[in-house]
Design a binder for this molecule. Structure first.
Ligand code: MN
Length: 258
């Protein structure tokens, strides 16, 4: 049997389950908001072209507007100033085999429930490896927080009255270790960004964006259903839209789970 036939058989028989890690895109989906002096990401805007009516009696279709970083989305190296000169650093130029990779799912759900500003450390990942095995080169690290169960769906960016966001993320030492000692493909999260909400106050600010993208690595954020994945053994299929010179893109993220 060819590998492709084995793959199709495994999906058809249910031996391999396909888990959708994607949030539903809609106009209400919350976008990250930056301090008011900066430009802002557009939420999704949908305009109907026709729906079996005068504008198109037999067909239904919409126009939509969206930022590259709204909903479940992919961050390319060019998203950050540190990655602006990375070769093939925009979504259209990333080699397609990079969009299919293994994943290490690090369960931080208890810690995130106890502390919405939980900071993922190198030691936490070393302890995780002692239990589950080493993080392989060119694989994803996903931080599982079960974020949708922790925060209100009306405010899952979890911004307080002062405009400060609160959600978990890694510190600089953890990010540098993932890059330099494990050569990961990138870092993924269920929160609104790969950095902690309080990461603007770190040095450098937002170290996950700064170092990961500077090293030519990727980000995935606003995912869900990470609680349906094993710590190791799933394969992630995550190809962003092929936007010319794009810094990122909404996408469908699928996991193949044995
Ligand atoms: Mn982004």
């Amino acid at each position: 049997m060819t590998v492709n036939a084995a793959l199709l058989n495994a999906i058809a028989s249910g031996e391999l389950k396909v888990v959708d890690l994607t949030e539903t895109l809609c106009p209400e989906y919350p976008t990250i908001s930056l301090p008011p002096e900066f430009g802002q990401a557009s939420p999704m805007v949908i305009n109907e072209i026709s729906r079996y009516n005068e504008s198109g009696p037999m067909w239904y279709w919409n126009n939509f507007t969206i930022s590259e970083h709204t909903g479940t989305h992919f961050d390319a190296p060019a998203h950050w100033i540190s990655g602006k000169d990375v070769e093939n650093g925009t979504v259209d130029l990333v080699a397609p085999e990079r969009f299919i990779a293994g994943v290490n799912v690090v369960d931080c759900s208890k810690e995130a429930a106890a502390d919405q500003d939980f900071i993922l450390s190198k030691q936490f990942l070393l302890d995780w490896e002692a239990e589950h095995g080493q993080i392989e080169a060119n694989s994803w690290v996903f931080m599982r927080t079960d974020w949708r169960k922790i925060v209100s769906p009306d405010n899952w960016t979890n911004t307080d009255a002062e405009g400060q966001a609160h959600h978990p993320g890694p510190d600089e030492e953890c990010v540098l270790w993932m890059i330099e000692e494990r050569d990961v493909l990138g870092f993924g999260t269920e929160c609104v960004g790969t950095d902690a909400g309080i990461g603007f106050s770190f040095d450098p600010p937002l170290p996950c964006h700064y170092h990961m993208h500077g090293a030519g690595k990727y980000g995935l954020q606003c995912m869900t259903n990470l609680d349906q994945l094993p710590e190791k053994g799933a394969v992630i299929v995550a190809p962003p839209l092929k936007i010319r010179d794009g810094s990122g893109s909404p996408l469908r993220v699928l996991a193949l789970v044995p």
